[in-house]
Design a protein around this ligand. Sequence first.
Ligand SMILES: *Cc1c(COP(=O)(O)O)cnc(C)c1O
Length: 364
Amino acid sequence: MSQTLPIEFAQHPHPAPTAPEKRAAILRDPGFGRAFTDHMVTIRYSEGKGWHDAKVGPREPIPMDPASAVLHYSQEIFEGLKAYRTANGGAVMFRPEENARRFNKSAERLAMPSLPEAAFVEAVDRLVTIDRDWIPEGEGSLYLRPFMFATEVFLGVKPSSEYLFIVIASPVGSYFKSKDSAVSVWVEQEFTRAAPGGTGAAKCGGNYAASLQAQMDAYKHGCEQVVFLDAVERRWIEELGGMNIFFVFDDSSMVTPPLGGTILPGITRASILTLAKDMKIAVREEPYALDQWRADAASGRLRETFACGTAAVLTPIGTVKSRDGDFVIGNGGSGAQTEKLKATLIDIQRCRAKDTHGWVHKVF
Ligand SMILES: *Cc1c(COP(=O)(O)O)cnc(C)c1O
């Protein structure tokens, strides 16, 4: 299923790209994931032929046969990463090779072909380059969404023999609509996100489909996000619908749930583990129970809790609600250590601090 020959990309610029005034209006308030750039990258795969027909072209609808496998059995995976403008007029991405590697891990779990990591990175590089005018200034960034899905026209249950890999891009501002910096979360005690042996560690659309009912519960209780518990004991905190979680204690040490197949291995999570080590902050990757979270918040031993992921970077959690009652973390707002880690990470991502770990990938 692997392939070593380099993939050649054809380039067909959009004949009628968005007018500069219209683009500027969109970039003034892009929101999250609702505006898109002019181009997309596509690469096809078929058994026997391997990866082929790579191109950068206008973003356009993709004709699909109603019997396409993905529409029936959800063989689909995706990634999410951002491109940032730098002070000198260039553009960078944060650890895209890690996204390429994780994409292939997800592919393996869903019995899909692996895409050479170099082709993944070249695809996102090319899209950022051709749509460079769409990278917002200031706090914003260009969110890149690579994804792959099964296109074989067949209703039998088996891995598809054909796939389409696509990258689209969306200029984004801040992820959360609310102006308060801290979010409230709903601890879901009925529905779970991922079971041992399941697909929790893969970034696949199916995990999100299964999380939406819990997300609706969260909205119903006035919360922005869901916290999922483990599927076996419904006791251990795992992660949010699309973000990992860290707990900060009064001695500045931190706890984050261990990766064990049911948690998505976040690149932000991994980067925070490294930054914490640099900053001499002790982090324990160990299970943490909902009851303990509540008790530690009440006693003051727990000072802060934050969620982390590419889309929202670091987001403080201020209020926790569940069917057993609500509790507040710290003063209900953000905390000093959350803000320190967030600033450190963002400064590296935006080339304002020294990149001692080689995380920043220059696009141009
Ligand atoms: C993408 C994702 C994350 C965060 O991963 P990053 O690489 O940090 O963006 C966390 N949890 C889930 C379920 C995800 O899909």
